[in-house]
Design a protein around this ligand. Structure first.
Ligand code: AMP
Ligand code: MG
Length: 435
């Protein structure tokens, strides 16, 4: 068995104590293997699920040529040589009517036309629709200028949206509202999706109290479990809340093993730095496999990544990928979005998409040290010219969770970069769409 530890040491820039963010992301990506089980769910339950197989169109969509306008369908042969000539005026006799869902079944002569409404099947042999605004009608006689309409105009072709046999949606896609509509347009009511990823999480710390418990002196309410729950739910992942675990090696080991037994991924918060009560890293060295435990990143420097097993020794029992997130509430969110999220996307069976970055002008001086990637919290707005401007939130402390609620974006400050002066351009990652 290749251990994560052996693998990671071959990665360029490997420094387990201060790994650059891009190197950490590369390691994590390598170890994220997709779940394979497939479920067939009703269309509405498929929203935000990962498509497990290509959806192939069983028929042409639309099934028939149809009218794109309210007007009159006719055979374009009647236009031949007429436009801009003496005989520009076309005169046709009304032969009948077609509405959406009510086709016209008869034949249409070249001197005839059929009244059609948008979506109505094109009558046999007709290939063009003249919009009703462009005609004059007297009784059963329809007149219009040949120059007003080209042959083939205002007709939607069968298979124009999706030809029969074409791939409508590719496996690996996270299904969106338009996809549900598209699948319905094919007449398909059940969708093959990957099973949902199961992620177990718990908080560590003797100071943590759960909701409903009295807050003893020196204690804080556990917020990380609730943030984690919400971030996982937004990704349509099945969250398994294992509560608060005390800062005791035996309790921690038991919690990690039971988490590995019941989930694909285990997330913990707290206890990963080098304080006296920080046992996670130490434990992982003995009964797990650790790839790295410290990143050149802020917030989020202490972050352990590895594997754990439900058995007594590494390799025994059921495995799970492990992320030991920092304890500070902002650091939990930043490391989740920047390091954990992509692994969860891949493990869910989805094809990861690059994060959408926008360029913004910083309104203020931003202090930044070269040699680490920083994800500051910012408030971005668009100015009158449509340019993005960003202001860092007043607090950049990794313990101040209200800065995340106040912000609407991360300001991404790359590894090599140092102080940013007011007016300089920075990349921002908007929360909407990401979170
Ligand atoms: P640690 O990484 O365990 O040293 O924790 C760092 C800081 O984050 C400490 O101030 C902890 O009290 C705080 N913290 C750790 N876990 C949580 C949690 N689940 N909810 C809120 N704050 C936490
Ligand atoms: Mg702690």
């Amino acid at each position: 068995m290749t251990t994560l530890n052996e693998f990671s040491s071959c990665v360029a820039q490997y420094d387990p104590q201060a790994l650059p963010v891009t190197a950490a992301q590369a390691i994590v990506r390598q170890w994220a293997t997709p779940v394979t089980a497939v479920e067939h769910v009703p269309l509405h339950d498929a929203l935000d699920r990962v498509l497990a197989a290509d959806i192939v169109s069983p028929s042409d969509v639309p099934a028939h040529d149809n009218s794109a306008m309210d007007g009159y369908a006719f055979r374009s042969a009647v236009l031949a040589g007429r436009a801009n000539s003496e005989a520009n005026s076309v005169e046709l006799t009304l032969a009948g009517k077609a509405l959406a869902g009510h086709p016209f079944g008869g034949a249409v002569a070249v001197t005839e036309c059929v009244r059609v409404m948008t979506g109505a099947s094109m009558p046999a042999d007709c290939d063009t629709v003249v919009p009703q605004e462009l005609v004059t009608r007297s009784g059963e006689t329809i007149r219009f200028a040949a120059s007003a309409v080209r042959g083939g105009a205002n007709r939607r072709l069968a298979g124009e949206d999706l030809p029969r046999g074409s791939v409508a949606l590719r496996a690996g896609r996270i299904l969106r509202p338009s996809d549900l509509g598209l699948i319905a347009s094919l007449g398909i009511a059940e969708v093959p999706v990957r099973r949902r990823l199961r992620v177990a999480f718990f908080s560590t710390g003797d100071e943590l109290r759960s909701l409903g418990e009295p807050l003893d002196p020196g204690c804080v309410y556990d917020s990380n479990r609730h943030t984690l729950f919400a971030m996982l739910r937004r990704m349509n992942i099945d969250p398994l809340d294992l509560g608060v675990v005390r800062d005791e090696p035996a309790a921690l080991e038991a919690a990690l093993r039971s988490a590995a037994a019941s989930a694909d991924v285990v997330l913990t918060s707290g206890g990963v730095s080098v304080g006296e009560a920080d046992f996670t890293q130490q434990l992982l060295q003995t009964f797990g496999d650790v790839a790295f435990w410290s990143l050149a990143m802020r917030p989020g420097r202490p972050l352990a990544f590895g594997r754990v097993w439900s058995g007594e020794r590494p390799g025994l029992g059921l495995p799970a990928l492990f992320f030991g997130l920092p304890g500070n509430p902002v650091a939990v969110m930043v490391t989740f979005y920047q390091i954990v999220r992509e692994a969860l996307v891949v493990m869910s069976g989805a094809t990861p998409q690059p994060a959408a970055l926008l360029q913004a002008t910083s309104r203020e001086l931003i202090r930044k040290r070269a040699g680490r990637t920083e994800f500051q919290r910012g408030v971005a707005t668009r100015d009158a010219r449509g340019q993005w401007q960003v202001t860092p939130t007043p607090s950049q402390s990794s313990g101040v969770l209200s800065s995340m609620s106040e912000a609407n974006c991360f300001i991404v400050l790359e590894h090599e970069r140092s102080d940013i002066t007011a007016g300089e351009s920075v990349d921002i990652m908007l929360f909407d769409g990401l979170i």
